[in-house]
Design a protein around this ligand. Structure first.
Ligand code: TXA
Ligand code: MG
Length: 327
């Protein structure tokens, strides 16, 4: 069992958080932050990640502290390409099939970690497996190539809160706790990656940016679904998660008194996920709308039904967790 305690206590108040540009000077500042063991929020095609050098224990420990994340919830290691990931995990034929098709892209694979991997044990919270991903975003890709070491990155939000799809979402909750954020505007997909466990028969741990049906077509078989079977396998799948400050009511067709209605498709509402009932557009708007209403101080949000196919599965997963009773 790994020692999951930080090597020394880390105080993170009063850090000057720099907003970095995407030019070469900004990228140099970004890699300098990572090299010194600092925390850097950076864009991916899914959501903004809260990055640290995945090989430095103390840097990885700072991610847990900045997010207030339970230390039983492991992080994803990000790589510039599949070849650089292969030296850390036991590769498989199914990993080949999925990564040849979807990487770079919004799919994360859980594989057994190699004994000689230099990834911090804190990253995978002492598990024998590790989650790996190659993001499909030019700035993330430049950063990973220039840093030339894997980057540990959960979504850049306090634990249990809504994931950030814009740099201002990151700053509103993590300013003063991290050294920098790269400002590259809004994330294209707006929902986290799909997570597949390949340490067993291919199993869905979290629906996400690549729809389950497409992954099943590619593998030529159905995915197992741990969520349905025995609850929490990806610890991030805790029932209350992605929660805005407001109370959420799902499957609403109209707003009750004092509610703000988030619609889907052609309907009367205050904000629409997608007027054209386009699930890709809805995914890109979901977290941004929740952040917006939180900032406005809205207390009760009603959300219209979203179909449960394609990206709708991931959207509904996030909505159900956002609406779940909180501790
Ligand atoms: O799109 C994404 O995946 C974003 C961007 C930044 O890459 N990252 C992200 O990270 O969503 P995070 O930490 O918010 O979610 C990672 C999930 C958690 O639910 C965690 O439990 C799961 O991955 N996970 C990580 N390592 C795992 C492992 N070895 N076994 C099972 N689940 C694991
Ligand atoms: Mg997250």
């Amino acid at each position: 069992m790994a020692n999951l305690k930080p090597e020394r206590s880390v105080t993170m108040s009063d850090i000057q958080t720099m907003t970095l540009r995407t030019n070469s000077a900004g990228m140099k500042q970004a890699t300098d932050i990572l090299r010194k063991g600092g925390l850097l929020a950076f864009p991916t095609e899914t959501v903004y990640g809260l990055g640290a050098d995945a090989t430095q224990d103390l840097a990885v420990a700072r991610i847990y502290a900045a997010k207030g994340r339970p230390t039983f919830n492991p992080l994803i290691a990000h790589f510039p390409d599949a070849d650089s990931a292969k030296s850390h995990v036991h590769w498989s034929e199914e990993a080949d099939i999925l990564t040849n098709t979807f990487w770079p892209g919004a799919i994360t694979l859980v594989l057994e970690k190699r004994q000689d991997s230099t990834l911090s044990a804190l990253l995978s919270t002492g598990l024998s497996s590790v989650a790996i991903r190659v993001p499909d975003h030019s700035i993330a890709s430049n950063l990973l190539h220039q840093f030339s070491s894997p980057i540990a990155a959960p979504s850049a939000n306090p634990s249990g809160a809504i994931s950030p799809t814009k740099p201002e979402h990151v700053l509103s909750s993590l300013a003063g706790k991290i050294e920098g954020v790269i400002d590259a505007g809004a994330c294209r997909l707006g929902l986290e990656s799909t997570i597949i466990d390949l340490t067993v028969a291919p199993t869905l741990l979290r629906p996400g940016g690549i729809p389950v049906e497409i992954i099943e077509d590619c593998l030529g078989k159905k995915l197992q679904n741990t969520q349905a079977k025995d609850g929490i396998k990806a610890p991030g799948q805790l029932s209350s998660h992605y929660a805005p400050c407001a109370k959420l009511r799902l499957n609403a067709t109209s707003a009750l008194d004092e509610e703000v209605l988030i619609g889907f498709g052609d309907m009367e509402c205050d904000l629409n996920l997608s007027q054209d009932a386009d699930l890709t557009e809805a995914a890109a708007h979901l977290f941004a709308h929740l952040h917006f209403l939180d900032k406005k101080g809205v207390a009760c949000i009603a959300v219209a039904p979203v179909p449960q196919h394609g990206l709708g599965q991931a959207i509904n997963d996030r909505l159900i967790r956002a609406a779940a009773p909180r501790d």
